[in-house]
Design a protein around this ligand. Structure first.
Ligand code: UD1
Ligand code: CA
Length: 451
């Protein structure tokens, strides 16, 4: 990358009216994280000197949700006031950046939108580098090589063009500007080359052209997209960079596009796991959110949902129809089967819970067998309580363990037992409420018998 300092401006002040839901658009979830998180991840990978996020609508909610991250990364948050277009947003951001460092920022400025979560750092890097490619000077017919481009822009001719700004070129194919769809003539609507929205500028050039933006368009807004024609007007080149993978540029304006973006992201997550030796039998019916760890040679069977942060060891089997929620951990060779839900629970090495089970706030040791229909009753309507099931325990079918409870090492519960107090190591407990079962007296119930 060029050694010039980089500032990234992330635009996220818009209302997102097209989603028709009250959640702020940039907080809509994608594979377990808000959209904006992905955009910020891609930006952070470039190690920018400054990151500026422009907010206005739902600013408080967004700051609350991502506050820890903003603080950690020393993000400069700017309130745009009433949003008056992407050009206005960048103007406000650049002014705030200059003010925060007490001097006009000198370097490269990368502008990205908060509603494009699939962008990768590689593409962003390429866009910034395009600013520093020795420009040809051809565009202006003077033949003299210039220091570099004034601006660069990520474009694509492989995306559905609906809703996108169209790239205008002259007869020789030189870029001349961008026209927003709603301002296009019928002929211009037929153009298939579109503006993905990602762009970079030399800071001095950006600062120079921003005051010249006008709002004489259908929406009466200051469009950043008009800045490129102004850059050309200063006899500086605009580098158009073609997106290698147009899916990266998918913008989310409505819920249909959100589901499309989610699917692209899901494919990336699946691919990463499969590359590391995880067997996903049917990716189309398997949801795996981000930040999930799965060891090699684990089988994930169809209709399984694995939420953010779950940890699964090697040689495990998960599914079909398993739901692993926050804080679920499976140690190596553990197995969970159909209609098993786990939350804040750990299943030890070689332990199994194969059918119709809820494990909440539960720690299970090694080689335990959790019978069909086992439920940990972890919630009394007010508080959550913990359950511990030690190594080698055998929980009979239909057991309910009312937490807090401990089942000792090698202990057994009979089918349908309702465990309301601790079951000591090696004992057998049966019935409702569960009582000690005396093996020597041929099944008579002995001391500890409350019934
Ligand atoms: C924009 C581009 C269009 C491009 C498309 C790609 C403009 C004028 N148009 O259109 O050429 O094809 O993205 O996805 O840039 N925002 C602000 N403040 C504002 C307005 C917008 O922060 O005053 C933010 C929005 O929150 C959003 C982003 O900028 O995150 C883009 O705005 P949006 O209204 O979605 O623009 P598009 O119509 O998609
Ligand atoms: Ca958009």
């Amino acid at each position: 990358m060029s050694d010039k300092p980089l500032a990234v401006i992330v635009l996220a002040a818009g209302k997102g009216t097209r989603t028709k839901v009250s959640t702020p658009k940039v907080l809509l979830p994608l594979c377990g994280s808000p959209m904006l998180d992905y955009v910020l991840d891609a930006a952070a990978a470039l190690e920018p000197r400054h990151t500026v996020v422009v907010l206005h609508h739902a600013k408080d909610v967004i700051e609350k949700t991502l506050g820890a991250r903003f603080e950690r990364e020393k993000t400069l948050i700017v309130d745009q006031g009433t949003p008056k277009g992407t050009g206005h947003a960048v103007r406000v951001a650049l002014a705030a950046l200059d003010e925060s460092i007490g001097a006009p920022f000198a370097g490269d400025v990368l502008v990205i939108y908060g509603d494009t979560p699939l962008i990768t750092p590689e593409t962003l890097r390429e866009l910034v580098e395009a600013l520093h490619r020795p420009a040809s000077g051809m565009q202006f017919g003077n033949g003299s090589p210039k220091a570099g481009a004034g601006a660069s822009l990520l474009v694509s001719d492989e995306m559905p063009p609906e809703g996108m700004g169209r790239i205008l070129r002259d007869e020789q194919g030189y870029f001349v500007g961008i026209r927003e769809e709603r301002d296009c003539s019928d002929d211009e609507l037929d153009l298939i080359e579109v503006n993905t929205g990602f762009c970079a500028f030399q800071s001095a050039v950006l600062r120079d052209v921003l005051p010249d933006l006008e709002s004489s368009n259908d929406q009466g807004e200051f469009y950043l997209t008009d800045a490129f024609a102004l850059v050309l007007g200063r006899e500086l080149e605009v580098e158009t960079v073609f997106a290698h993978d147009p899916d990266e540029a998918v913008g989310v304006n409505d819920l249909r596009q959100l589901s499309e973006a989610r699917w692209f992201m899901q494919e990336r997550i699946h691919d990463a796991h499969m590359t590391r030796g995880v067997i996903i039998e049917d990716p189309a019916t398997t949801v795996i959110e981000r930040d999930v760890e799965i060891g090699p040679e684990t089988h994930i069977l169809p209709f399984t949902v694995i939420r953010n942060g779950v940890r699964i060891g090697a040689h495990c089997e998960v599914g079909p129809f398993t739901h692993l929620r926050v804080g679920a951990t499976l140690e190596d060779e553990a197995e969970v089967g159909n209609f098993v839900e786990m939350k804040k629970s750990r299943l030890g090495h070689k332990s199994k819970a194969k059918h119709l089970t809820y494990l909440g706030d539960t720690t299970i040791g090694k080689r335990a067998n959790i019978g069909a229909g086992t439920i940990t009753a972890n919630y009394d309507g007010r508080h959550k309580y913990e359950t511990t099931i030690a190594d080698g325990a055998f929980i009979g079918s239909g057991t309910i363990i009312v937490a807090p409870s401990k089942v000792g090492e090698g202990a057994i519960t009979g089918a349908g037992a309702v465990v309301t107090k601790d079951v000591p190591e090696g004992e057998v407990y049966v019935g409702v409420p569960a009582r000690r079962f005396d093996k020597k007296r041929g099944g008579e119930q002995a001391e500890g018998n409350e019934g």
